[in-house]
Design a protein around this ligand. Structure first.
Ligand code: GDP
Ligand code: IMO
Ligand code: MG
Length: 423
């Protein structure tokens, strides 16, 4: 039995979707345990190109059972559309995708409030995805949430009525338009009818899998430094993103987690506000041009920067990462020199990530090491030995700093554009 958590070691978008898609071949169960449809995981394989927000990216492997745990928050319209898209592409979701009745439902007022809070914060805004994530998790922990289980009785109607009374007061006070009870009720009852065949308590499924020594693949959403506790608060997301979240969010006892794969992009990106020590501000620079990406969920332009080894090192320690999956190494091609941040300094003294808060992190200086780049196209490489010496050295430098081996190297967005490195 293996229970492998796949987690991003930076600020999200490390390439977890692709990693999970290729690791899923060995899995019996693939699961999401945190976050919601703020996630956008890109998968490119024989079925096509997908930007998945809620369904586990391991759904494409024929033999997997896919689970959306109680720790996930769900916008039903997004999930319904995703199921339809996957079924139309021939992926065959029915009968092997199960959604926990414990998962919370993103309501229209969550999305409205997300936007109103952001606007009220002005220049200090978080830069959220505006998917209602902060407000739905706030309702969850303040006992105001609505779960799928509520739809099995009239608990939904009763709870919705109270919530709308409360939320409409806030919304109208902030200049928004009140929501109509009947309208929301009808729409959400309609969603429930469509999702009902997929909603099932996961506890017996997970327990049976663990007892039968099956292989689990747990797909984190967001990245380590968006974690509510360990990220750059308040520029974070509203859920725990470290592997321990899989325990509460899925019902897997922590001692069953056998492996933690840290997905690390060969450079750094960030979407939304918050500190980013290695950020490249020169939009005319060659590196900026190469690293540029468009966010999978919101279509925003991602902020880009050099690889930050202090972040990766901290993520490895915090989450007990056992091996790394390095992604997007192919993108570095053609840079004569590559900068890598090896340490931070604040007011002339060495500091660790954990010694400063988000505002301190704004002020840290990076100690850079400059390494030689390569000009060869490595996208066709399928073994470590085929990589140019400079690319091999880049990988070895990461292993040394992180203290764990790099097992996989991404050299392109497609599933097969992956090197399995043997140590
Ligand atoms: P996730 O949220 O961690 O799943 O990552 P995203 O899908 O949001 O962003 C990662 C982007 O990098 C996507 O566009 C992927 O298709 C792409 N990608 C992933 N791995 C590689 C790789 O090794 N090389 C290249 N060129 N692109 C990759
Ligand atoms: P994946 O799973 C990158 C960021 C948002 C914002 C902050 C809070 O694709 O890696 P939220 O909507 O969660 O309240 O926004 O978190 N964020 C992500 N950034 N990748 C993600 O997911 C993200 N999910 C949230 O940009 O800064
Ligand atoms: Mg993403």
């Amino acid at each position: 039995m293996t229970v492998t958590a796949v987690i991003g070691t930076q600020w999200g978008d490390e390439g977890k979707g692709k990693a999970v898609d290729f690791l899923a071949e060995q899995a019996d169960y693939v699961a999401r345990f945190n976050g919601g449809n703020n996630a956008g995981h890109t998968v490119i394989n024989e079925f096509g190109t997908f930007k998945i927000h809620l369904v586990p990216s391991g759904i494409f492997a024929r033999n997997t059972t896919a689970l959306i745990g109680g720790g996930v928050v769900i916008d039903p319209a997004v999930l319904i559309e995703e199921i339809e898209t996957l079924n139309q592409a021939g992926v065959g979701v029915d009968g092997r995708l199960w959604v926990s009745p414990r998962s919370h439902v993103i309501m229209p007022y969550h999305k409205i409030l997300d936007g109103l809070y952001e606007e009220a914060k002005g220049a200090g805004a978080t830069g959220t995805t505006r998917r209602g994530i902060g407000p739905v998790f706030a309702d969850k922990v303040s006992y105001n949430g609505i779960r799928w289980s509520d739809f099995a009785s009239d608990a939904f109607e009763k709870r919705l009525k109270v919530q709308l009374e409360l939320k409409n007061k806030i919304i109208t006070a902030l200049g928004g338009e009140a929501l109509n009870y009947e309208g929301v009720r009808e729409t959400y009852r309609g969603y429930y009818e469509k999702l009902k065949p997929y909603i099932k308590e996961l506890f017996p499924i997970v327990q049976a899998g663990l007892k039968a020594n099956k292989n689990f693949l747990l797909e984190q959403a967001m990245g380590t430094f968006l974690d509510t506790d360990w990220g750059t608060y308040p520029f974070v997301t509203a859920s725990t993103t470290i592997p321990s979240a899989a325990s509460a969010g899925l019902g897997i006892p922590p001692r069953y987690i056998t492996d933690v794969v840290g997905v690390t992009k060969a450079y750094t990106t960030r979407v939304g506000a918050g500190p980013m020590p290695t950020e490249i501000h020169d939009t005319n620079s060659k590196a900026y041009g190469k690293f540029g990406e468009v966010a999978a969920t919101t279509g925003r332009i991602r902020r880009v920067g050099w690889l930050d080894l202090e972040l990766v090192r901290t993520a490895v320690e915090l989450s007990g990462v056992t091996e790394l999956c390095l992604t997007k190494l192919d993108v570095l091609r053609g840079l004569e020199e590559i900068q890598v941040c090896v340490n931070y300094k604040l007011d002339g003294k060495a500091v660790r990530y954990t010694e400063v808060d988000a505002y301190g992190l704004e002020r840290v200086e990076c100690v850079y090491q400059t390494v030689s780049g390569w000009s060869e196209d490595i996208s066709g490489a399928r073994s470590f030995e085929e990589l140019p010496a400079q690319a091999q050295n880049y990988v070895k430098m990461i292993e040394l700093a992180a203290g764990v081996p790099v097992r996989w190297i991404g050299v392109g967005p497609q599933r097969e554009a992956t090197i399995r490195k043997h140590n």
